[in-house]
Design a protein. Structure first.
Lengths: 258, 329
């Protein structure tokens, strides 16, 4: 890891978060290279969602630094201008597309609102709608008339409308049916290839991480267990816990053959 | 051997504001005593509704036709007494979210002994002893302490083991497990399915394991049935399905799942979205998403028929199989 490397979209150093006596995140360091893709893997209570919340400013770190595009965001943003700039640097897509969209707003309206807020050209709306593969009818529909996969496409289009350099995907494909999940994973692969956006994927699913990420960080009880290239960490885990995670992935004839 | 559970032509229709909606469309399924059968499908495929038909726990106003036979007895024709005995003594249910199925204000011990004391007339002391023994069987340390705890004091994985223990206390011959590990971490999932599998074998119970996760079904079950739009589209041994899946939908599911061993440039995603039975047209329900579909597929619904040691619901399966075999030869 190169501290201060200008090629990094995200740099996190010595990150800690305490909730009263509970130490949720302990001395976490990682980088996401510009245009790169890092997967943070962990089970319940690993601290992965707390890290995402600190990156977007929903939680304040107890100590440590977070830099996105070379600018510190360890402290809350001061003023609308700074908040706008942070939003153009980093966006997030949450797991549940049912609760993260405004029920009264069509995809088109949601995208336009973000474009307008960031002073971007409204004619980009159609491009974004096409980019995430929504049809005309879907782009004009309210969220309740869309399926889970379609809503997640809306959430992705809305995030991309701010033209961020980094997109956090917080279990963003976990709730989707597997045939839909594959479509969204292909879409995310295409978007990164087209735009050079960097991803930070929070997931419990090692196969999804392998599909979408270049590097991976394994987190347990708030601490980094190991990190490195996806292929290295997943094919030859150095740590017992990573091995256990890997072996817990079901494969045919794994627990039993009846 | 006579099947423990046998469904034939089970069709379920529920009322809705837009008129009756069909959720299951002619389910044929059979489970041998002691067998583990996986029931796999996406949203709306009808896998949970199938389980509800087996226990007759159907939504209000639902119309059921076809036959559900348990050990030769027709479940759909049982009177209230027979149905209660069947549910209490013969079938054990394990659900996705144990917290939604356990009274949070009562201790785990009280929950576990309730059925034994009330339905079986077992003394309380004896019931508690049995409960402690079963907790030990599902791998829970210090069962005496757990019996005194409340549900909120234990983890989700621990509580799912408590649920499995409660099912075992009734000594059923059939376990219906509906996404029993979906809410659990992967390492806990592995522990729970291993326990479930060991106990099923030791006690010779039959199990229907319902899951959206085809990999998990292949890992846990001897035989797997794949559902789409309220119909069974393929049934095969787990090994057979893994190596020689034949239905285009099963192939799509297998291709959709990323691999932990390698990144693929693109996943072979199935276009469109899964549908429910009432959204299907007259022909094959999968045809609108199927890469192999021809005009005829939209007109006539294919039957579930024997193919390559399994059952497949596809008119073109021979051609598709031949083309695939040629392509990989």
């Amino acid at each position: 890891m190169n501290a201060g490397n200008a090629g990094n979209a995200v740099e996190v150093r010595g990150l800690n978060k305490h909730f009263k006596a509970h130490h949720a995140v302990v001395d976490v360091d990682f980088d996401v290279p510009a245009g790169g893709s890092l997967g943070i893997v962990g089970e319940s209570g690993s601290g992965k969602t707390t890290i995402a919340r600190m990156l977007v400013g929903l939680e304040r770190p107890s100590s440590g630094t977070i830099e996105v595009m070379g600018r510190d965001r360890s402290a809350p943003a001061r003023g609308a201008k700074e908040r706008g700039r942070r939003a153009r640097e980093l966006q997030i897509v949450f797991q549940d597309p049912y609760t993260s969209l405004d029920p009264s707003q069509s995809a088109r309206a949601a995208v336009e609102e973000v474009l307008r807020h960031h002073g971007r050209d409204l004619s980009l709306t159609q491009e974004l709608v096409d980019q995430v593969g929504l049809t005309e009818r879907q782009a004009s529909a309210r969220p309740r008339d869309l399926s889970g996969g379609q809503r997640q496409r809306v959430a992705i289009a809305r995030a991309l409308a701010a033209s961020p350099k980094v997109l956090i995907l917080d279990e963003a494909v976990s709730a989707l049916d597997v045939s839909i999940q594959a479509q969204v994973l292909n879409l995310l692969t295409d978007i990164r290839a087209q735009t050079g956006i960097a991803y930070l994927l929070i997931s419990h699913d090692l196969a999804v991480v392998r599909q979408l990420c270049d590097t991976v960080l394994v987190l347990r009880r708030g601490r980094v267990v190991e990190q490195g290239d996806c292929a290295t960490v997943l094919d030859a885990p150095a740590q017992e816990y990573t091995r256990a995670l890997r072996e817990a992935v079901p494969v045919p004839g794994w627990a039993v053959t009846a | 051997m006579n099947p423990l559970l046998d469904l034939s032509g089970v069709t379920v229709t529920v009322p809705s504001a837009e008129g009756p909606r069909r959720l299951l469309d002619g389910i044929d399924l059979s489970l041998a005593p002691g067998e583990a059968l996986g029931l796999v499908g996406e949203s709306g495929s009808g896998k949970s509704m199938t389980m509800r038909a087996v226990t007759r726990l159907l939504p209000r106003g639902a119309a059921v036709s076809g036959a559900v036979r348990y050990d030769g007895a027709e479940v759909l024709a049982m009177d209230a007494g027979a149905l209660r005995r069947y549910r209490d003594h013969e079938v054990g249910l394990v659900f996705q979210d144990p917290r939604a199925h356990i009274n949070p204000t009562r201790r785990i011990g009280a929950f576990l002994v309730e059925a034994l004391v009330r339905n079986r007339g077992v003394g309380k002391r004896e019931a508690l002893a049995r409960a402690a023994a079963v907790l030990a069987e599902v791998g829970i340390d210090d069962p005496q302490r757990r019996l005194r705890q409340y549900p909120h004091e234990v983890s989700g994985g621990m509580l799912q083991r408590v649920m499995i223990a409660s099912v075992l206390l009734a000594e059923p011959r059939l376990i219906l497990a509906d996404e029993p590990t979906t809410a659990l971490d992967v390492t806990i999932q592995r522990e729970v399915v291993t326990i479930l599998d060991r106990l099923r074998r030791e006690r010779g119970m039959g199990m229907v394991f319902i899951t959206h996760d085809l990999d998990l079904a292949l890992a846990v079950c001897g035989r797997v049935a794949v559902m789409y739009a309220g119909r069974i589209v393929e049934v095969r041994t787990a090994a057979g399905l893994h190596e020689r899946a034949a239905h285009p939908y099963t192939l799509g599911l297998l291709g959709s799942r990323p691999s932990i061993d390698a990144r693929s440039a693109r996943l072979e995603a199935v276009p469109g979205r899964p549908i429910a039975a009432y959204e299907a047209g007259a022909g094959c329900a999968f045809a609108p998403r199927c890469l192999f579909a021809m005009e005829a597929c939209d007109r006539t619904a294919p039957p579930l028929r024997a193919f390559d040691d399994g059952l497949v619901r596809c008119s073109r399966v021979e051609e598709i199989h031949a083309a695939r075999t040629e392509a990989t030869a």
